[in-house]
Each structure stands twice: as C-alpha cells, then as structure tokens.
Design a protein around this ligand. Sequence first.
Ligand SMILES: Cc1cc2nc3c(=O)[nH]c(=O)nc-3n(C[C@H](O)[C@H](O)[C@H](O)COP(=O)(O)O)c2cc1C
Length: 382
Amino acid sequence: MNLPKLRIRHIEVDIPIIQGGMGVGLSWENLAGSVAACGAIGVVSAVGTGYRHPDMVKRDKFGRPIGSYNIHHPESLKKIIRDAKAISGGKGAVGVNILAAITDYERVARDAVEAGADLIISGAGLPLKLPQYVDGADVALVPIVSSARALNLICRTWKKRYNRLPDAVILEGPMSGGHQGFRYQDCFKREFQLKNLFPSVLEEAKRWGDIPVIVAGGVWSYRDILWFIERGAAGVQMATRFIATHECDAPLIYKEVVLEAKKEDIILLKSPVGYPLRVIRTPFIEKLLSGVNGWKGCVSHCVTPCNKGEEAKKVGFCIADRLGAAWLGNYEEGIFISGANGYKLKKQGILHVKELLDILTGKKPDPSLSDGRRRVIIPLRR
Ligand SMILES: Cc1cc2nc3c(=O)[nH]c(=O)nc-3n(C[C@H](O)[C@H](O)[C@H](O)COP(=O)(O)O)c2cc1C
C-alpha cells in the first residue's frame, strides 16, 4: 500500500513522516534538510544552537555558551534553518522543534518564524502562548501532547485567546527518546502506551474539527506506520531510526553509542526539566547512578523549570552541559539519548536518509527486522 500524503495547514508532503527534533545537535541542517529533500518533513532542533556555530556565540573556557541568549542563539538557529532549506532544494518541509520549557521560548519562536520555518513543533510543557508569539505568521503550529486532556486544554486556550487551533497534533507515547510527558511509573503501564492513548486523542482531535493526529514514540517500521494510518493517524513522527543515518548531525561516536546499546542499557532518569529522560548507560550515567553528583554550576541557563541550576544540582547534572558534551564527542562526560527501541539499530547499521525512507515507506526490505547479521560493524572508540 502507498502511504498517503501528509497535509498540515499549507504544507503538503508526499511522505507522511516527520523526523522528530533531536537536541542537542542531532537534527540540524544536514538531517532536517536531507529528510525534506526526500519529500518528508525534516525538523531542526532549536535547543543548544549556540553549539552549532561557536564562532557566533560567547562561551566560557570549556566551550559552554554563556546564558540563554547564547545557548539558544538567534543567528545560529536562523543559519541552521536557512541551510536546511537550501539542502532540501525546496522539497518537503522544514520545521523547528522548540521545547516549551526552554528559557527565551518566545524569542526563539520568533527567530524560527523569521528564518522561514514551515512549522513549529513544541512539547515538554504545554505551549499555551505559542500563537501569540508567531503574530499571525503563516506557520503551522503543532503541539506535542501525551493525553486527550492536554490536547483539550490547548484547543480551549488557543480558541478562546487567539481564535486558532493546532494545525496538527503529535501524540507522543512513553517509548520515545528524551523527555517523557508521563510520571516515571506510568511510562511502563499498559494504559499509557501509544496504541492505547491513540483512540482518545483521535476522538478529541475530531471534536475540534479533524485536527490531523501524528503519532510518535516507538513507531519503528513500515508495518507500524500502516497500523496507525489505517486507524486514522495522518502520519508519524520518528526520531531514533534517524540517528543511524550518515546525514544525522551527531558526531560518529554518538551513533556508535546508540548502535552498541543493548535493550537493558536504555533507561529512564530524572531530568532537571522535571520529566523522566530516556538515555543510554554510558560512563557518566554509571557515575551518576553510583551516587556521584556531576553538576558543575549553571552557565547556560537553558530551561526554565531548572531554576538556574537548582534542579540540576538535585538530579546531579546539567542537561545543556551534558548534551553539549555528547555533541562535542565526549564519550566519558556526555549524556546520550535514545528511544526505547534504539537497541534495534544494530541490524539497520548506518544508512543514507533516502534509503531509510525507502524502507519506511515499504519500497525496500527492512534490515532491522531480518535475522541476518548487522550490516555495519563499528568499533566503539573509548
Ligand atoms: C536523541 C534524541 C533527542 C531528542 N530531543 C528532543 C527534543 O529536543 N525535543 C523534543 O520535543 N523531542 C525530542 N526527542 C523526541 C523525538 O523528537 C521523537 O518524538 C521521539 O523520539 C519519537 O520516538 P522514536 O525515537 O521512538 O521514533 C528526542 C529524541 C531523541 C532520540
């Protein structure tokens, strides 16, 4: 079966797949632009953009961007978006993922609009004021939710305050990479799994006039995509599979860490953002679990709920510093994120985005589902 096109506001793409935003630095111009060039939606991550163009920003002696202006840097984000659009060659669409929890959220939303983002995707908190920040610009607004209740609250608030509704909604279940919109214990309960949350969110979206519902979190294969499309989803958002692509903006060591991960290495941690965070057990995580506090002060003031380092001190690490370290290729000190299915990437190996999208749209067999040996064996540099 051919997958249907995905339509969101003025956007129409041939492939109903959104490549999920991955911060810090996994989805910048190369990945987002390459996905869009294939006729899907590529998403640039707006967090930590100061790391991408360090020459543009003020940094401390360890290379950490100083303050929220420099960590979520306007000119750096604009350059990333414009470069992604150039790589896309005008095909597909290029969106921006902005965590609702970041400091300077309003300013970053305006930066994204100014750079010509086709859509803004926003989760990790409820983006209740987002329509106000885009000032009526013709940009699609797509909140991420984890329940029908959250979608209802966003719709009610946006309708009342701005006479606007979401152009689509992403329902993210608890197998996704990074932050989870659930309490730790709920991530494992049957009723909170994506397939079980989906009917109620679909129904809520219909109540507001058929808002397209996109599902995310553990969607892995063409068969999974078909399963949701056949039941009324407009598309899927996928991230973990895109880590194992040549075009993913992460350094090779990041891809190696995910490719080497075993199922039991992928765990949930408490994050300074206030949500469980899915990461891979690496040396820094082992130290953290053994009781070492790895917090080294607040330099970047990256997310509002952290309260300038107060929460980071409690959980033992600064999220910006640790994701920044991973992006800089520091295996010992970095934090490496993956979805719960990351261990399945071994069999896929590192592919080009085009090849991965051919697999996900059923045009090519899926190596990750075969019993064969992995295709690319990469030694892990330690
Ligand atoms: C490495 C990594 C980083 C991520 N960073 C973000 C982020 O900055 N903001 C966000 O909203 N979601 C983030 N996510 C979630 C993805 O955008 C996506 O919705 C989710 O991972 C989908 O599940 P999947 O990875 O099983 O396909 C991240 C996921 C991964 C794997």
